[in-house]
Design a protein around this ligand. Structure first.
Ligand SMILES: [Zn+2]
Length: 87
């Protein structure tokens, strides 16, 4: 190591632990996606979470939107226009 004492030896360890923690949170925690209807331009914020599987779980459906089950999994639809909205 260098001779400078300005960097304590535990700094690297701490940074590693921090990023491991951040990754774990990012993989488990929930996140928000902004939905926008391509027809009426309505927007809403959906909340999803993912634990271990590949398919996210929808926690919150924004007002004016609905969830429709497709063969690929749940999809957001505009409740008024009945069209699929892309996150
Ligand atoms: Zn719409």
């Amino acid at each position: 190591m260098g001779k400078g004492a300005s960097t304590p030896y535990w700094n690297g360890f701490r940074t590693q632990e921090f990023w491991r923690f951040r990754q774990a949170v990012a993989m488990k925690d929930q996140w928000n996606e902004t939905l926008r209807c391509p027809v009426c331009d309505k927007t809403g914020r959906a909340s999803l979470s993912q634990d271990n599987g590949d398919t996210p779980t929808i926690q919150l459906v924004p007002d004016g939107f609905k969830v429709v089950s497709t063969r690929h999994g749940p999809d957001f639809y505009c409740g008024v226009c009945d069209v699929a909205v892309k996150p």
